[in-house]
Design a protein around this ligand. Structure first.
Ligand code: AHG
Ligand code: MN
Ligand code: MN
Length: 346
């Protein structure tokens, strides 16, 4: 029989590389796996309970919340409100920092998450996901501050995502490779199924919302034309509209996911803190690359929790080709985007 490695086991094995570790970080990752199981339980029976559909509320980005968004948000926040664990948490579904009860003391980690990504797909039974990342607190005061949250992606300690698809998978990295685990629903364990994920050299797919094509800057239009028949031959188009699933496919099979800027939104749609940083870190750990069209996502100094970025992620060569074409053609967009970035400084 194949050696079975559960996610708990794997996380403990990874921790042995850090002899001074206290176990808190390990516990956080293990609780993300527990949260994933609790959320998977609800997503698989979403049509049965009273949990499907829109809630009567909007998130800080002005988008309608789904009931499952709120459930997932609550599960992750409450599991991590343990004593001495996090000094701050940030969720796509809440504005500002989530208060950690003072009685729990002040932990040394910051948790950022998108509880359900692609949640507009819930009502039609299409795959959705969870994205998370962990920073280390670096300010000296007792409590976590906004500065602890607004760190560059290259300082991340860990990042991961969960896909609630035809099976449930959790993929994570602590900076030494990317590992994927598939949930065995009968025994309730995540089992290592994808050790050391590397993005294949030869890209197969590109994923983008073509409905926005007319509003893309010229360089992006050239780039997508190239993908449809360039030196690599034509790539196939796949777009689910659930970034975690689109990202996951292209990570395993080679290719690029993008949410480019457009004339309505020079800043694009993807959220830097709760979405882009985590996936950029995972992509980089798997041999890929992520950019906002100008530079490595992991080098962007964030200024605002709600900051958005254009997002190009996947095979390094492809993402760099997008950067080159944007540099060549899209000066007007570059100016508009730089103004947006300046304004984020507040
Ligand atoms: P969320 O459900 O967390 O709000 O994120 C939705 C994001 C992302 O998952 C997806 O790739 C993208 O929005 C789809 O946007 P379009 O419908 O504009 O293509
Ligand atoms: Mn999302
Ligand atoms: Mn979401």
């Amino acid at each position: 029989m194949h050696r079975l490695i559960t996610i708990e086991r794997h996380i403990q094995m990874q921790q042995r590389e850090f002899p001074h570790a206290t176990g808190t970080f390990t516990a956080m990752l293990q609780d993300m796996a527990l949260a994933a199981k609790l959320i998977a339980r609800e997503t698989t029976r979403a049509g049965l309970g009273n949990i499907l559909g829109a809630a009567d509320s909007d998130n800080p980005f002005g988008e309608r919340q789904q009931k499952l968004d709120l459930f997932a948000d609550e599960v992750i926040a409450s599991l991590n409100s343990e004593a001495g664990r996090v000094c701050a948490m940030v969720s796509e579904e809440r504005s500002g920092l989530i208060d950690v009860p003072p009685t729990y003391g002040t932990g040394k980690y910051v948790l950022l998450y998108d509880p359900l990504d692609g949640s507009s797909n819930i009502d039609v039974n299409v795959s959705i996901g969870t994205i998370f990342s962990i920073h280390r607190k670096y300010t000296r005061g007792e409590n976590g501050t906004l500065d602890d949250v607004l760190q560059e992606g290259m300082r991340l300690l860990a990042a991961g995502y969960v896909i609630y698809g035809s099976s449930t998978m959790m993929v994570y990295t602590t900076g030494s490779g990317v590992y994927g685990f598939t949930l065995d629903p009968v025994i309730g364990e995540f089992i290592l199924s994808h050790p050391n994920i590397r993005i294949p050299d030869k890209p197969r797919y590109y994923s983008v919302n073509h409905a926005n094509a007319r509003r893309w800057p010229e360089g992006v239009q050239h780039f997508v034309n190239e993908l449809q028949g360039g030196q690599h031959g034509a790539l196939q188009l796949r777009y689910i509209g659930s970034m975690v699933s689109d990202f996951h496919r292209n990570l395993l099979q080679g290719g690029i996911f993008m949410y480019p800027p457009d004339t309505h939104r020079p800043e694009g749609k993807i959220r830097l803190m709760v979405e882009a940083q985590a996936l950029a870190f995972i992509a980089e750990q798997a041999g890929g690359y992520a950019s906002d069209g100008l530079r490595d996502i992991l080098t962007i100094r964030p200024h605002n929790l709600q900051q958005r970025v254009p997002f190009f992620v996947g095979n390094r060569e492809l993402v760099q080709r997008a950067e080159a074409l944007i540099q060549q053609h899209d000066h007007e967009w570059i100016n508009a985007y730089q103004t947006y970035c300046q304004n984020q400084r507040g």
